[in-house]
Design a protein around this ligand. Structure first.
Ligand SMILES: Cc1cc2nc3c(=O)[nH]c(=O)nc-3n(C[C@H](O)[C@H](O)[C@H](O)COP(=O)(O)OP(=O)(O)OC[C@H]3O[C@@H](n4cnc5c(N)ncnc54)[C@H](O)[C@@H]3O)c2cc1C
Length: 425
């Protein structure tokens, strides 16, 4: 180990990157380890899946982010555990990596809540390969319908989205727009008006984390887009050709997009640290793992709480603010100063539904919807996107889509077999 203390950050997500950036001028050696050589901007994955954006628009090579930060090194590798006695990480097919401070920020992964057939047949939307796989699958269904229109009766153009939270609402809206505005023209011999998008939500309304008014707005807009919304409904069983609902309805379909549930990344289960609901690692007020002096946990995998004791949501701003906080606390710890508690500042939540339709709920009870909400959503996502090139590319893509109603890459990109695509976070 070198002379400088070594901070190893596992996960180049929203949280991990902010820790690394926050240590820019600190007298430490920083090593960021991620299973991919890129950061993924998850909030826009649904646009890759629905041919709105290119895959490279929502991902950024991690090494490219640290050209000017000379105390950072990057390693690509799958972290599989920690040897606490040796204070080193175990990384698949790599030598162990020793640390003085460890930051765990590996995010969340999909949870199918034990729904029969979901593991084999559902399409989660958690990683970039997930998004490309789903895009391929959607376009392949339209190719199948073009080759044999009788397949429409068997549900080849029926798409079920599970989960009426922001991701499900965004995905359902984007699918409806893709079909009505673009695939209708790409497939002039297919009766695309028979394509169905069905959104299934367990709660009595859409967007449960938002106010009822926002949920109602989402319902109205989606209904206008001919999305069939089923609230107080549950998926019980999924097969390659059907979805069975709790109400007894059986929908013929080969596509179920899973936007319903998450749990902590499986790495949380092998670290030996205390876990709470959803497998998240319990952290103290300063975001340290209890009983550990030099182990910090950030983002979706951390079970941090607000002043009232409620768990903080698994959202990008929580991870980013947490990452900045941890960087400050590591510097304090190195100076021998006591750490401070993390206070999350909620700057609002947003969800888009479709073209010029979104909801934004901001502090102070301010609620925007329709075009205003949509513009706020666009601006925020451009602002938070990682990488200047990606910001320009996404902005151009969105302007192009807005002006022409055309969409981005409708490519069926077969890069590897289905089995080689990680579908679990
Ligand atoms: C489809 C979707 C839409 C979303 N939309 C929004 C939104 O609109 N607004 C919002 O605020 N939040 C949204 N979120 C949530 C937001 O993306 C997360 O809260 C945020 O990404 C959490 O950041 P993180 O740093 O904890 O983890 P992540 O950003 O998930 O990063 C984790 C990193 O760890 C790496 N990793 C995982 N396992 C290992 C391992 N074993 N070894 C090495 N590396 C590993 C991964 O490759 C990844 O780079 C969305 C999430 C999803 C999935």
């Amino acid at each position: 180990m070198g002379v400088l203390p070594r901070v190893v950050i596992v996960g180049a997500g929203f949280g991990g990157l902010e820790v690394a950036r926050g240590l820019a001028r600190a007298p430490v050696e920083v090593i960021v380890v991620d299973r991919n050589n890129f950061h993924t901007f998850q909030p826009l994955l649904y646009q890759v899946a629905t041919a709105g954006l290119n895959d490279a628009d929502v991902a950024y090579a991690v090494r490219g982010l640290f050209h000017k930060q000379h105390n950072v090194d990057v390693r690509v590798g799958e972290v599989t555990g920690v040897d606490w006695a040796a204070r080193s990480l175990t990384i698949a097919d790599e030598p162990p990596l020793e640390f003085d401070h460890l930051v765990v920020g590996v995010g969340a992964s999909v949870s199918f809540f034990g729904v029969a057939g979901a593991d084999e047949c559902a399409f989660p939307l958690y990683t970039l390969p997930d998004a490309v796989l789903l895009r391929n699958h959607i376009l392949e269904r339209f190719e199948a319908a073009a080759a044999d229109p009788s397949l429409i009766d068997q549900g080849v153009l029926t798409f079920v989205v599970v989960g009426g939270g922001p991701t499900g609402v965004e995905t359902a809206g984007a699918l409806a727009e893709l079909f009505a505005q673009v695939l209708r023209k790409d497939y002039p011999r297919v009766d695309v008006s028979r394509a169905r998008v069905i959104l299934v939500e367990l709660d009595r309304r859409l967007l449960p984390p938002f106010t009822p008014a926002s949920g109602k707005h989402a319902l109205d807009v989606l209904t206008r887009m001919h999305v069939e919304v089923r609230t107080r409904e549950q998926v019980e069983r999924i097969t390659p050709t059907s979805v069975s609902l709790a109400s007894g309805e059986v929908i013929a379909t080969c596509t179920l997009v899973w936007a319903a549930g998450v749990r902590a990344n499986p790495l949380a289960d092998v670290l030996g640290l205390e876990q709470g609901p959803g497998g998240r690692i319990v952290v103290g007020p300063d975001l340290r793992a209890p009983g550990q002096r030099d182990v910090w946990v950030v983002g979706d995998i951390a079970l941090a709480r607000d002043r009232k004791g409620d768990p903080l949501p698994q959202l990008a701003p929580v991870a980013m603010q947490g990452g900045r906080h941890i960087a400050r606390q590591i510097k304090r710890a190195l100076d021998g100063a006591p750490t401070k508690p993390f206070r999350y500042r909620n700057k609002g939540t947003m969800a888009t539904i479709g073209r010029r339709a979104a909801v934004a709920e901001l502090p102070g009870g301010i609620r925007l919807q329709g075009t205003l909400g949509w513009m706020a959503w666009l601006a925020l996502h451009i602002y938070y996107l990682v990488g200047k090139r990606n910001r320009v590319s996404v902005l151009l893509n969105w302007m192009w889509m807005y002006l022409t109603w055309d969409r981005g890459p409708r490519l069926i990109l077969r890069v590897g077999e289905r089995d080689s695509v990680s579908r679990h976070g």
